[in-house]
Write a protein of this length. Structure first.
Length: 130
């Protein structure tokens, strides 16, 4: 049995109020956030792929992120939106259309990308490009 699974079992046995459990959840959260930042441009990134890549269960990742007030999908979406904004502002990506940027980051349609972007930043992607 791998060490991370044993850690999870210990977490469940102890309960989630001990300092060790909180520290472990914070460590898991940190590693998940780092993994998402490094793989955010991969359109197939999901809670399942994060769990597989890090060798933890999806439930353990969900628990750590829930403790931090988010979910795997929210974290991925937030990081993708930050990268999208960077790409919209960067001269390096001027050759890409707004639609290409959205699709390239895993958004299923231009309207889904535009809506998520506006909810997150308060402006449409096209406003950033101008």
């Amino acid at each position: 049995m791998n060490e991370r699974m044993i850690d999870l079992l210990c977490l469940l046995a102890v309960g989630d109020s001990s300092p060790n459990v909180n520290r472990h959840l914070a460590d898991v959260e940190h590693m998940v956030r780092e993994h998402v930042r490094h793989h955010v441009a991969d359109p197939s990134l999901s809670g399942h792929t994060i769990a597989r890549d890090l060798g933890w269960s999806l439930r353990q990742i969900q628990l750590a992120l829930q403790h931090a007030g988010t979910t795997p999908s929210e974290l991925i979406k937030d990081e993708r939106l930050k990268l999208a904004r960077y790409r919209l502002e960067s001269p390096t990506y001027q050759h890409m259309s707004i639609t290409e940027i959205g699709y390239g980051l895993g958004f299923c349609s231009p309207s889904a990308f535009s809506t998520a972007f506006k909810q997150h930043f308060g402006v449409r992607p096209s406003s950033i490009r101008q």
